[in-house]
Design a protein around this ligand. Structure first.
Ligand SMILES: Nc1ncnc2c1ncn2[C@@H]1O[C@H](COP(=O)(O)OP(=O)(O)OP(=O)(O)O)[C@@H](O)[C@H]1O
Length: 222
């Protein structure tokens, strides 16, 4: 499995109270499988992505990415795991403004020690952004930035790609197109995709839809 979560519990401090945000959560995502994660605002979707990315400590339960357990890992091991096996597409893209589009796309692959100029160029071609390689992020439209963020995340050939509301700033036509490309690329790279979205249209193009509700996760469709 690219992602395996077993009996995950997570508590947050809410004012003076402790609140159980996630209770006994189990989830697995296979290589090349594309999964949507939906749920009301505040249900814990971003927290779950942060736990999977090793950005928040696991309180109880198990998470493994590409067969590597995060539960007992040190900060150094978590950072290594992120570089090697996890791609992240943030809602606001987080492109590096001082780097050109091409350098942004090469960045994650260089960090992972998997720099392959042809792979980056092929991704840019597939995403229709080859003509933008010499430009800088500040001069791009939202849809173009999103495609650059996708190319950058996939260029390191991650086993797992996490995307937090990646089409939130795009119009519907643009977002359907970007998601269709993302799903196709994840499948052809055998990368598991876990995408948080509020859009039923976006979720419908994924293999499975899960919903976070009342601290637990349930399968809506497959
Ligand atoms: N570090 C933290 N400490 C305390 N509470 C937190 C922390 N991180 C998140 N929360 C709370 O946990 C809950 C879940 O937040 P989270 O951002 O995971 O929700 P979400 O489902 O992603 O929401 P949205 O759809 O609005 O982005 C919220 O009530 C939030 O205020």
């Amino acid at each position: 499995m690219s992602l395996l979560i077993q009996s995950l519990n997570h508590q947050i401090i809410d004012g003076d109270n402790h609140r159980q945000l996630l209770v006994d959560l189990n989830l697995s995502v296979a290589p090349g499988e594309c999964v949507a994660l939906m749920g009301d605002s505040g249900s814990g979707k971003t927290t779950l992505l942060n736990l999977i990315a090793g950005l928040e400590p696991i309180q109880q339960g198990k998470i493994a990415v590409a067969g590597i357990s995060l539960t007992q890992a040190s900060d150094r091991q978590l950072s290594q795991l992120r570089k090697q096996h996890i791609g992240i597409i943030f809602q606001h893209f987080n492109l590096l403004t001082s780097l050109s589009v091409q350098d942004n796309i090469e960045f994650s692959a260089k960090l992972a020690g998997r720099y392959d100029v042809m792979h980056g160029l092929a991704l840019a071609e597939q995403l229709g952004i080859s003509h933008l390689l010499k430009k800088y992020p500040a001069t791009l439209s939202g849809g173009e930035m999103q495609r650059v963020a996708i190319a950058r995340a996939l260029n390191s050939k991650p086993k797992l790609l996490l995307a937090d509301e990646p089409t939130g700033n795009l119009d519907q036509q643009n977002s359907s197109q970007v998601v269709a490309q993302l799903v196709q690329l994840a499948k052809s790279n055998n990368t598991a995709l876990l995408m948080v979205t509020h859009s039923a249209d976006v979720a419908a193009s994924m293999d499975k839809i899960y919903r976070l509700q009342e601290s637990s996760i349930r399968l809506v469709t497959d």
